[in-house]
Write a protein that binds this ligand. Structure first.
Ligand SMILES: [Zn+2]
Length: 409
């Protein structure tokens, strides 16, 4: 045994238990109370230990660009337009340096797996893809980063983009994304993405139905394609803010459709709150789709960060626990079981969305562990508890000091 974590609180078989965790060769070798072992010990002091957090949807390549973008309207169209203009000045070194800032913040907040969307189009070419791939390699000691190639500025209206997406998949990306809302022909973009995914045996993770009205929703069409291609379990859709505007009957019909088709949903609360509701001057809709009814219907759901410090989201610290707390607050989540569910959506459920088999706290599993300054999952979300330390493949990858009070003596 190389390391023993003492006095951890763990969720095992749906129950909170106290146990020690023995680690050998980067993997979990034993889980039991009072584990007899001579190895170096780390005391969790009764705090919650969870598997490394999972960010299923982020954009490292366009992070930290507020110094060169001005936000006037706060709409999706403006965000795409202003970011596209800034992108013309991106270089490999610039992308690497900005992305590194955000990636390291994510690591220090307990994230150990990540799917980052990378924009490919004739303007940026493979520059962003290669910079992020190098960054991922350089941080593999702390986080596993997966690249999802996608056409932010359109596919059918942007000749040369499809060839670049294919090149990204040839160079090792295992996921392809989409943004049909920014294509002159949304359905053809969706068709092309499914067809390319099948040719490369790739996962699909689309930006979908990001709008302020219920007009032109594509979610039913994506479910139909998932069934036609038998791609159930391999398709995720992000945002779906349009669903948040539907009355319960229509909402529940789509929930059942998603569950049957095996299409997962990611909500991006910070972005959705920032970009939606811009067509209202009072009683502004929140634009965040509630996930509890989707989960009850059997849909796999995750909560993610999306953008950090850019025109899509001029906020961000890389904290998934903060995102889960924000989501919970906005969507009226208050029952302890539902709050605990918010932690599931940045851990186990996010792993299912990304089809990560080698995940979770179990004997033989990877020693990817985060200690959170809380006693149970609901408290971790409701109190915005801080991660105290993380172990990646058996090695300490970050620590965070607790704040301390200094009362007069
Ligand atoms: Zn996104």
């Amino acid at each position: 045994m190389d390391l023993v974590i003492r006095n951890a609180s763990l969720v095992q078989d749906g129950e909170l238990r106290a146990a020690d965790i023995g680690i050998a060769d980067g993997r979990i070798a034993a889980i039991e109370p009072g584990l007899p072992a001579e190895a170096r010990a780390l005391d969790a002091e009764g705090c919650l230990v969870v598997p490394g957090l999972i960010e299923t949807h982020i954009h490292l390549d366009k992070t930290c660009i507020l110094d060169r973008c001005r936000i006037e309207e706060g709409t999706v169209a403006e965000a795409v337009r202003v970011t596209a203009a800034a992108k013309r000045g991106f270089t490999a070194d610039d992308i690497y340096a900005r992305a590194k800032r955000t990636l390291e913040r994510c690591i220090m907040h307990g994230t150990m797996r990540m799917r980052t969307h990378v924009e490919l189009d004739p303007g940026i070419g493979m520059t962003g893809f290669e910079a992020i791939r190098q960054l991922a390699r350089d941080h593999a000691w702390a986080i596993d980063v997966e690249l999802c190639v996608f056409p932010q500025e359109g596919l059918t209206n942007n000749p040369g983009t499809e060839e670049l997406l294919i090149e990204g998949l040839r160079r090792g990306a295992r996921t392809i994304g989409a943004a049909p809302y920014f294509d002159t022909d949304p359905r053809t973009q969706i068709d092309r993405i499914f067809s390319i995914a099948r040719a490369f045996d790739a996962e699909i993770d689309m930006h979908l139905d990001l709008a302020d009205t219920t007009d032109g929703m594509q979610i039913d069409y994506v479910c139909r394609k998932a069934e036609e291609y038998r791609w159930g379990g391999r398709v995720a859709v992000g945002h779906v803010t349009q669903m948040s505007l539907l009355p319960p009957e229509r909402f529940n019909a789509i929930a059942a459709r998603l569950a049957n088709a095996g299409v997962a949903v990611t909500v991006l609360p910070s972005t959705d709150l920032h970009l939606m509701g811009r067509n209202h001057d009072h009683a502004v809709p929140r634009g965040v789709t509630p996930l509890e009814p989707l989960r009850r219907a059997g849909v796999t759901c995750s909560i993610s960060t999306n953008n950090v410090l850019n025109p899509f989201t001029p906020y961000g610290d890389g904290s998934l626990i903060r995102m889960a707390n924000l989501y919970a607050n906005v969507c009226h989540v208050s029952r302890p079981a539902d709050l605990a569910g918010c932690l599931d959506m940045i851990t186990a459920d996010a792993a299912r969305l990304m089809r990560l088999d080698d995940y979770g706290i179990r004997v033989g599993g990877p020693a990817d562990l985060v200690c959170i300054d809380a006693h149970d999952p609901a408290e971790a979300i409701s109190t915005l508890a801080q991660p105290l330390w993380g172990i990646k493949r058996g090695r300490t990858s970050f620590t965070r000091a607790r704040p301390a009070l200094h009362p007069p003596a």
